[in-house]
Design a binder for this molecule. Sequence first.
Ligand code: NAD
Length: 424
Amino acid sequence: MVQADPFENATKQLHDACDILGIKDEGLREYLAMPNKVLRVKIPVKMDNGKIRVFTGFRSQHNNDRGPYKGGIRYFDPEGGVKYMEREVMALSAWMTWKSSIADIPLGGGKGGIFVNPRTEKLSKGELERLTRRFAFMISEIIGPQKDVPAPDVYTAGDEMSQIMDTFGKLHGNTHQPGVITGKPINMGGSLARNVATGLGTAYCVREAAKTLKLGLKGATVVLQGFGNASTFAGEYLEKMGCKIIGASDSKGDIINTEGMDMKKLLKWKKKKGTVVGFPGSKKVSTEKLLTTKCDILIPGALENQITAKIAQKIKCKIIGEAANGPTLPEADPILYKKKIIVIPDILANAGGVTISYYEWVQNNMGYYWTFDEVATKMEGHLVRGFNDTYEMSTKKKVDMRRAAMALAVKRVVEAFELRGLWP
Ligand code: NAD
């Protein structure tokens, strides 16, 4: 199957936002579309069998008008090969620019990675560490606390972040520079509340959307698609706000109980059985049934491309909070808009993660650390403003929330670009 070019998609969205904002200057559009820099590196690694294997890595730095580049590093092998991965990281770096801008954090957009699948290839711990450290060495000149601050992404986590931080510090006069990367373990300078950040941020946005609809959250019904990090914390916090969870799912199946399900008990069941399926009192349903069940709030929190035009026609909720990235197909957006369903787009609904990464970076740069509540409260402010600003743009320009969010993000970057001016 020929895969769509992700960078072309990102560019199309940008032009759409420019149309909404009335930006006609072709040069400015090109400036906003293209990454400032894309570095492709060769990474030779001595494997456990004594042989050298050469990997390919990337770092795309899209825009830094509002602050240092920010975005994850993934270890992945997309079907389209190395060339496709380059286009993918370019697109993802652009989306990071817009996400940072929506959350109104003073950071730009970057993304990178290595073409490798550490799970299927079963790289040893030692091989993985040598690969990570050599990659950090190859990109060390373009990253730094005031230049470009990477983070974890697909198949990378705290271990890789610690190794990149350590390699970078050793290459820079053996200094301690935790602000070069986020997503570190707490003991290495990570931030409290990062684990719950994405789901909590989604819950804050949903709460704001409910206010605009004058929908009380007490007893409001919620369906969660997925039962991982993003969706379970969204569910737990919405439950704390008074909502009732009536649907949930994971890779093994989908369940519904219109009477409501207790999140703590559901989490315990999932931990014991490895799935939500079979939870006492629930009935197993199809994915289509889960997504189209009558409820107040739908949280697609697992996979891409779930809400098609066909599903959108049948959806019977008032608010969709996109905890996952890309759960709604473009064909579904106009249908949902016509049905007056408030869609909180992924770029905003899951921005709690990058916002707390920003606060990790702030704490690292200060050398002073905040409590869980301090970090969570600061994040709340960003997402509440992000929601309200997007809602206002959507009403003013008469466009759906997704297009409004992009327009707002682009507007802020253009303002920063114009304030800086072009030099030299
Ligand atoms: P995760 O691995 O913790 O959870 C994924 C969940 O999806 C699992 O419960 C899995 O069982 C479920 N799943 C897989 N296939 C499914 C299927 N066919 N039907 C229903 N459920 C299925 O992942 P996560 O970190 O929660 O990420 C989920 C989404 O949120 C992704 O799109 C990710 O990009 C996005 N996101 C996450 C974060 C974060 O901080 N975790 C930040 C931004 C965006």
